[in-house]
Design a protein around this ligand. Structure first.
Ligand SMILES: *Cc1c(COP(=O)(O)O)cnc(C)c1O
Length: 429
């Protein structure tokens, strides 16, 4: 069994070592197309597995509730400085354990229970923390949801983009205290300027949830919402390619409230090992090579969308401006749903997730769509040509899904393709 270079220190625990080895093999021998995943650098992994995990540091640099935080304070300050510089922000909080925590902390800081939030509908691309009935957010605040424009057959205006007339009408009618921009399954750029204009028209605050495009923004391949938003939240592990975690940027006027909402409002001790790894990732994202990376992520997604359209899939919104491609499976095969497609592709070595598409007639558990993303395989070095090959293997697997021998053959071809693109090739002894 293959061993990753990162589990060398784990001795005497055969069960854990064996599972790590299995996961290592899975990640490097199959194609990772989950839009929210990436391959972090060995430096990020080293910091995540570092000695900082041993330290309790409730509070903030210079104001901790425990002793022994001289070095930890410097580390967290370094992460905050690198992050404010990266996005041109006035204030940064690097403690949120996840993107979901970061969102709830902003709501908690800027709103009172019962206040109205205008955010994107879940079945059109919004996130659970944008008011899902299953999320605590909908029990504390009152959500009103905007959606995307209707689908059209005009190739110049395919529709399924954020409906700003709908956003403005709802904002005027409902007078939300906060407007949330940002999505989890949406393949277009989101214009922060229009959102700011609408927020100003109705006297609302604006939060930009950049969980997905944070890396594209840092790399300069996407517009930066920081100058327009009262707060920007994001995850550090998606396109930004850092450790699992969240972060918040905000205007100085909101800094104190937001810091208090994260700690002690929601969390206890921060994960200082994750904060060390965030610092590493913020530095990596500030280098010219990261710009080259994010440009390739977008170019790969465009090529992937075009190749998938040529295979007979309908691309939601007609294409992509970012790292995502959202497929409507119904034109390709009316019988095929997202759940079955995801399972077939898993067996073929192609890792994806099913996703609802706008006005999906099927349930969120079944769905008519797949969400695909290019960040991870682009990190592994794949370019437009490889994404063309993946599109054809993906379509073949779905066409021949009843034929086990055909799926096995595709699994072999995927393995051969991945063998040339091991993201950690330079680090394996
Ligand atoms: C991924 C995501 C989040 C939440 O991130 P977690 O780290 O999984 O909690 C929040 N908002 C959006 C838009 C996301 O895509």
């Amino acid at each position: 069994m293959a061993h990753s270079p990162f589990d060398a220190w784990i001795t005497g625990d055969d069960e854990v070592t064996s599972l790590l080895a299995q996961e290592w093999t899975r990640q490097i021998s199959s194609v990772q197309l989950i839009a929210s995943e990436n391959f972090t650098s060995p430096s990020v992994m080293a910091a995540t597995g570092s000695i900082m995990t041993n330290k309790y540091a409730e509070g903030y640099p210079g104001r901790r509730y425990y002793g022994g935080n001289q070095v930890v304070d410097e580390m967290e300050d370094l992460a905050r400085r690198r992050l404010t510089a990266l996005f041109g922000a006035e204030h940064a909080n690097v403690q949120p354990h996840s993107g979901a925590n970061a969102n709830v902390a902003v709501y908690q800081a800027l709103l009172n229970p019962g206040d109205t939030i205008l955010a994107m509908r879940l079945d059109q691309g919004g996130h659970l923390t944008h008011g899902s009935p299953a999320s605590i957010t909908s029990k504390i605040w009152r959500f009103v949801s905007y959606g995307v424009t209707a689908r059209s057959d005009d190739p110049n205006e395919p529709g399924e983009i954020i409906d700003f007339d709908n956003v403005r009408d709802l904002a005027l009618k409902e007078r939300p205290k906060l407007i949330v921009a940002g999505a989890t399954a949406y393949s277009r750029q989101i214009d922060p300027v229009i959102f700011r204009e609408i927020a100003d028209e109705v006297g609302a605050l604006l939060m930009f949830d950049s969980a997905h495009p944070a890396g594209l923004i840092a790399g300069g391949s996407h517009p930066n919402p920081t100058p327009y938003a009262d707060a920007v939240t994001f995850t550090t592990h998606k396109t930004l390619r850092g450790p699992r975690g969240g972060a918040i940027l905000c205007r100085e006027e909101h800094a104190k409230k937001i810091d208090s909402a994260v700690f002690p409002g929601q969390q206890g001790g921060p994960l200082e090992h994750a904060i060390a790894a965030k610092a590493v990732a913020f530095r990596e994202a500030s280098q010219a090579s990261f710009h080259t990376y994010t440009e390739q992520v977008v170019a790969n997604a465009r090529a992937f969308a075009a190749a998938l359209a040529a295979e007979g899939f309908r691309i939601v919104s007609g294409g992509t401006d970012n790292h995502q491609v959202i497929l409507d499976l119904r034109d390709f095969d009316a019988e095929l749903n997202g759940k079955v497609a995801q399972e077939v592709l898993d067996r073929a070595g192609i890792t994806t997730n099913r996703n609802q598409i706008p006005d999906d007639p099927r349930s969120p558990f079944i769905t008519s769509g797949l969400r695909l993303g290019t960040p991870a395989q682009t990190t592994a070095g794949m370019k437009e040509g490889e994404f063309g090959q993946i599109a054809s293997l993906l379509a073949r697997a779905l066409r021949q899904r009843e034929d086990e021998a055909a799926i096995t053959q595709i699994r072999t071809e995927i393995g051969e393709l991945c063998a040339g693109f091991n993201p950690y090739a330079n680090f394996v002894s």
